[in-house]
Design a protein around this ligand. Structure first.
Ligand code: NAD
Ligand code: UDP
Length: 314
């Protein structure tokens, strides 16, 4: 049994990760400032003897004796991370520094939830870990993209300078139950709109692509990366190498829900990446990881979750 800290543990991916680690018998500390996460996501774990929730902002130092740190704290939806961009940079830079200092002090392994956004609007396709990216340093997405890039730099510098065991995972678009209904990301927006028979809002002409990974597969990949050999720092891509246009995604969700929704087209936000598709050769060979849940099966579980929750919202 290990003592494991999950920052951002009350968020979407973090809450699934906490559940899985508790299920394996570990002692889990879930730390979250609840900026965009919710106690509802971890409500069922609160009475578990191995689970502890601490409301804390990682921008401020904190100390625990732990063996592993999964650093997931950071708003992931563009709507949320652009709400207070300076805070997003602080979370990624000062927050990651605090978690690295902690890892260094207590000799814990640390896994950083990085992102496909480090590739920006990629000019290479599909994206391999060796690609350095095409990122606008001064745009609306930069607080997130550049914040996550600095976080990767900090991990590698702590590794080289202080010999901290670090693990960098570049997460591609992930979805599933427990995405917040007001999260603002595409899958939750489209499902909520389709269930309410409201117009589906496509930003741009819908030709931009993404590759969507179901959350159970992602959690499996994160844990495999944490347990991989200590000299494997990554970065490693985790995502489902199945690319779909946003228009095709909207049509698929409308069809699955048998919704009466129409589709409307709105202005594409600045720097919205045109194509995204992970090359997961490295994860396959080193972690023996393969996402197994199809988009159709994953959407079906996600739609069921939203059906149960959407109409109970105040
Ligand atoms: P989420 O927004 O649902 O969860 C993030 C959690 O972090 C929330 O509970 C939020 O309250 C918490 N948080 C934010 N700032 C904090 C701070 N300063 N201190 C403490 N807690 C803070 O996002 P998610 O989809 O679960 O993503 C988790 C991680 O994975 C993030 O770091 C994100 O950047 C990364 N990621 C996610 C995706 C995806 O598609 N879901 C893709 C790439 C990367
Ligand atoms: N998008 C959309 N309608 C929405 C929300 C998002 O068309 O209501 C588009 C968005 O412009 C982007 C894609 O869907 O091209 C994925 O957006 P999301 O915010 O989920 O994640 P991103 O991959 O852009 O960080």
């Amino acid at each position: 049994m290990k003592r494991i800290l999950v920052t951002g543990g009350a968020g979407f991916i973090g809450s699934h990760l906490c559940e899985k680690l508790i299920g394996e018998g570990h002692d889990v500390i879930c730390l979250d400032n609840l900026f965009c996460g919710s106690k509802k996501n971890i409500f069922h774990l609160l009475s578990h003897p191995n689970f502890e929730f601490i409301r804390h902002d990682i921008v401020h130092p904190i100390s625990f004796e732990v063996d592993e740190i999964y650093n997931l704290a950071c708003p992931a939806s563009p709507v949320h991370y652009q709400h207070n961009p300076v805070k997003t940079v602080k979370t990624n830079v000062m927050g990651t520094l605090n978690m690295l200092d902690l890892a260094n002090r207590v000799n814990a392994k640390i896994l950083q939830a990085s992102t496909s956004e480090v590739y920006g609007d990629p000019l290479e396709h599909p994206q391999k870990e060796s690609y350095w990216g095409n990122v606008n340093p001064i745009g609306l997405r930069s607080c997130y993209d550049e914040g996550k890039r600095v976080a990767e730099t900090l991990l590698m510098d702590y590794h080289r300078q202080n010999h901290v065991t670090v693990k960098i995972v570049r997460i591609f678009n992930t979805y599933g139950p427990k995405i917040a209904i007001n999260d603002g990301r595409v899958i939750s927006n489209f499902i909520v709109q389709a269930l309410k028979n409201e117009n589906i809002t496509i930003l741009g002409d819908g030709s931009q692509t993404r590759s969507f990974c179901y959350v159970d597969d992602m959690v499996d990949g994160l844990i495999k990366m944490m347990r991989s050999s200590s000299d494997f720092t990554g970065p490693v891509n985790l995502g489902k190498p199945f690319e779909i246009s946003i228009l095709a995604l909207a049509q698929m969700i409308i069809r699955m829900i048998k919704s009466q929704s129409g589709i409307i087209f709105q202005q594409l936000p600045q720097d919205d990446p045109k194509q995204r598709h992970p090359d997961i050769t490295l994860a396959r060979s080193i972690l023996k990881w393969e996402p197994i849940i199809s988009l159709e099966a994953g959407l079906s579980k996600t739609i069921d979750f939203f059906k149960e929750n959407i109409f109970c919202q105040p």
